[in-house]
Design a protein around this ligand. Structure first.
Ligand SMILES: *Cc1c(COP(=O)(O)O)cnc(C)c1O
Length: 227
């Protein structure tokens, strides 16, 4: 894992430098879904502090077991409204908000524990029926509606482009997400920062960084193939 991580870290550094951005502009989210504790502990020893999880129950178990470590947990999976009450207790950032109904439930549950929950909106940029996320043309309206909620803060956008075996093919989708982010940012909606772009995984994170990613979500390249 040490070698894998240093390859990823230098890949991130190179992509950051190539695109004239600053080191520190891009954060690594280590995607640890289905990864056992021992491997997570190894990653912690190697300096990983941000973990991305997809499943609520699994994440709760890991959060409780690793409570003594100063970590940041990000929720990146599909979220049902009835799980919001668990998610607000654990996660610093939810990447996958895709409806006003879910936003309202997160707002309500965050309010109960006196928290302002940071979230990203998941955009279904290629309009794939198999994927969750809001459509590009509906995103700005959702951001405006969400900006009315007092216990929730929209920090940016997230996407998962279609799967390609050539990362260059994902580039237009990353570019489109960045343009959408810039358009929404130009609307200057009060309370909406729109600084974060969560895009890029094992197969395409360099291209995503070149197109403006601030958070890359990498699992396989760190932990190996998932069981
Ligand atoms: C699993 C997952 C990842 C990580 O994918 P890898 O190809 O293993 O790097 C990233 N984002 C989301 C939303 C995921 O579900």
């Amino acid at each position: 894992m040490k070698d894998r991580l240093s390859r990823i870290r230098s890949g991130i550094e190179t992509a950051v430098a190539d695109s004239g951005r600053q080191p520190g502009d891009v954060k690594l989210v280590a995607v640890s879904k289905t990864v056992p504790f021992e491997k997570i502990l190894t990653a912690i020893d190697l300096g990983v502090t941000v973990f991305g999880e997809n499943y609520v129950q699994e994440a709760r178990d890991k959060f409780n077991a690793l409570y003594s470590h100063p970590l940041s947990w990000h929720f990146i999976g599909h979220l049902q409204s009835n799980k919001a009450k668990y998610v607000v207790k654990i996660f610093d950032l939810i990447h996958s908000v895709d409806s006003l109904k879910l936003s309202k439930e997160i707002d309500k549950q965050a309010g109960k524990i006196g928290k302002v929950q940071s979230v990203l909106i998941q955009v279904n940029i290629a309009e794939e029926t198999s994927k969750s996320g809001v459509l590009l043309e509906d995103t700005a309206r959702l951001v405006s509606e969400m900006s009315q909620l007092t216990h929730l803060e929209v920090k940016g956008l997230m996407t998962m482009p279609p799967y390609f075996n050539a990362p260059e093919k994902a580039r237009p989708y990353f570019k489109a997400l960045r343009q959408l982010r810039d358009q929404i940012r130009a609307m200057e909606i009060p309370g909406v920062a729109m600084d974060e772009l969560s895009m890029g995984m094992t197969g395409d994170f360099e291209v995503a960084i070149q197109e403006g990613a601030t958070l890359v979500r990498i699992g396989t390249a760190i932990f190996g193939e998932r069981a």
